[in-house]
Structures are given as structure tokens and as C-alpha cells.
Design a protein around this ligand. Sequence first.
Ligand code: IMP
Length: 200
Amino acid sequence: MDKELKKLVFATNNRHKLDEAREILAGRFEILSLTDIGCSDDIPETAPDLKGNALIKARWIYDRYGYDCFADDTGLMVDALGGEPGVMSARYAGPGHDSEANMMKLLKNMEGSADRKAHFSTAVVLIMEGKEYLFEGRVEGRIAETPGGENGFGYDPVFVADETGKRFAEMSAEEKNAISHRGRAMRALADFLDRGGLPR
Ligand code: IMP
């Protein structure tokens, strides 16, 4: 019989993120989603930055449900737009969370801009036995003039990664995860957990 793994909640119900986390942390932890712990709360994301929002989500679960847990928050920061959409990436085109509308607003705001530089950042906050830890991941790239590619989600059709010269939407999940903001932050978390929660 499999040995009982320690439970760790990932404060999300996003299938794609859960699959990715389960793959990275395979064999070390049983990763539970919000649904798995019976949480259907609309957790507020009201902080002015990614770290703050990840912290709100992780504290919400730790304080109310009593599980060791981690939470993430991601933003796309575009230089020519002064770092927008940033912490507002999911709601850039207003309430409704429509990725297509967000992307179209971004392309419109970038019209005529020669500076296309941008990066994705992810903050992951882990709370374990009451202690809080932060992990970050970042990927550099630029905003394409037009959408392209078939894969991924969100801003993937317009984000060209410097490391591959391809849009995220033109890359396989493995290729993207190997260099992506979230992949990097999640591997930093996994690395920390592998060392028994000791700083490097
Ligand atoms: P979240 O914090 O992971 O929910 O991300 C906030 C928003 O950033 C999402 O709604 C997406 O629009 C965008 N986003 C996050 N990660 C990615 C990604 O890997 N590719 C494209 N867009 C992303």
C-alpha cells in the first residue's frame, strides 16, 4: 500500500495549475484543491501586488481551514504600459474575466508602441506550521503585434518568450512549463520542500 502522504492545499480550483503542481510535487505531498477541502469562498484579491494577493489567499485557508497550504498570483507586466496590466491581469478589460477581451485591450493599448518588452511574474506563498515563505518566478519576453498559436490560455497568444523566440501559445505545455514564471516559482517551492523546509 502507498504510504500516506502529507496533505498540502493549493488554494485554487484551476485544473491546469493543479495538474502542474501535482506533477512537480509528485510523491512528496498529496495536493488538495479548494473543492477537496469544501471551500467555495470567494477569497478577496484586494492587495496592491502579487505577493499580497498570494498571502491573502494562503492566510485565508490556513486561518479558516487549518491546512498547511500555498497560494499563487500571477501578472503580466508590460514596460510601455508602466507595468500594466500587472496585478489587474485577470480583470484588465473589466469584470467578467474574459481572456480574449483582456488580450484585445492589451494589443489596443500597445498600438504604435515600438517598445514591446514585458515579463510574467508569479508569487507563491507557502504557510507551513504557521510560518510564511515566499517564492517567485519570472520570464522575460515581448508582446507580439498579433495573436497566434493554439495552446495555453490567457495572454499566451501574444507573449513571445525571449528564451525560445516563440509565443507561449506556440509551445507545448512541457516547453512552456520549463521556462515559465509559474513553473519557476513552483520548482522553487518544490526545491524548498525537498530540503525539508530549510532555506538554501
Ligand atoms: P492567476 O493569478 O494565475 O489567476 O493569473 C492572473 C491572470 O494572469 C490570468 O487570468 C491570466 O489572464 C494571466 N496569466 C496567468 N498566467 C498566465 C500564463 O501562463 N499565460 C498567459 N496568461 C497568464
